[in-house]
Design a protein around this ligand. Structure first.
Ligand SMILES: Cc1cc2nc3c(=O)[nH]c(=O)nc-3n(C[C@H](O)[C@H](O)[C@H](O)COP(=O)(O)O)c2cc1C
Length: 220
């Protein structure tokens, strides 16, 4: 296995759910925006947008909707938005058709763009010695979330990131053995669940050793 700072950071990734009471510097924020901007984008459509939520009332409402106490608490909260509205508006103002924004393939392109941007930014966060947790719970109450964020039609928030200086040192969380997830040429349809016995034991030990906290246990 090859080691360098990027790979070591990726293979040591741990979600962080407790942050120091400090926000990003202007420099760090601009860096994350620039990383976001340079993420690969399907057909050069740039169908992703990023919201940095600094308004306390909005953060509190988002925390309530996500029902996780670390959301919008210490650190910085970002919401990644699948965005077909911008291109729709550009085309409309130029007197063009809607650019097929209502088709499934364009929808998936936008989702792909946005998810890649999430991980690109997340990697940059860790490379700066900071931590993050993904927030799928931004979609637990989609209509209320859209209202809270005052987003237009043809957009939706797909994932959040809570980012900051880690105030905890979680253990590395185990993953399925590579034989179960990475294949050469042929997908293994016929695995036997018994082959996962060792993995089950590793996961059980991981949870046994972990500081118990319902909030964290439930969501992770
Ligand atoms: C799409 C996605 C959504 C997630 N949503 C949440 C979430 O809402 N709250 C949370 O605490 N963790 C969330 N996580 C973090 C996962 O629980 C975590 O990545 C997983 O348990 C593995 O742990 P690790 O990241 O520490 O290796 C999410 C992760 C992903 C990829």
């Amino acid at each position: 296995m090859i080691h360098n700072s990027t790979i070591d950071s990726q293979t040591n990734h741990k979600s962080i759910r407790k942050f120091k009471d400090q926000t990003l510097t202007r420099d760090q924020l601009e860096t994350l925006y620039t990383v976001f901007q340079h993420t690969p984008t399907s057909m050069f459509m740039q169908n992703a947008s990023l919201l940095h939520i600094t308004d306390e009332a909005k953060r509190a409402k988002i925390r309530e909707l996500c029902n996780q106490k670390y959301v919008g608490a210490e650190g910085d909260l970002f919401i990644f938005v699948v965005d077909l509205y911008r291109n729709y508006q550009i085309r409309k103002q130029l007197g063009k058709d809607d650019g097929r924004v209502h088709t499934t393939d364009i929808f998936f392109q936008a989702v792909e763009d946005t998810m890649l941007a999430v991980q690109n930014v997340a990697n940059a966060v860790e490379s700066m010695g900071l931590g993050y947790v993904d927030l799928g719970t931004v979609n637990d109450h989609p209509l209320e979330m859209l209202k809270t964020l005052d987003l237009p039609k043809l957009t939706f928030p797909i994932l959040g990131l809570q980012v900051g200086i880690p105030d905890q040192k979680p253990q590395l969380k185990p993953r399925l053995p590579l034989e179960f997830t990475c294949f050469e040429n042929e997908y293994n349809k016929d695995f036997d669940v018994k082959e996962l016995k060792d993995y089950d034991q590793v996961v059980t030990t991981y949870y046994d050793l972990r500081d118990f906290c319902w909030d964290v246990f439930y969501f992770s």
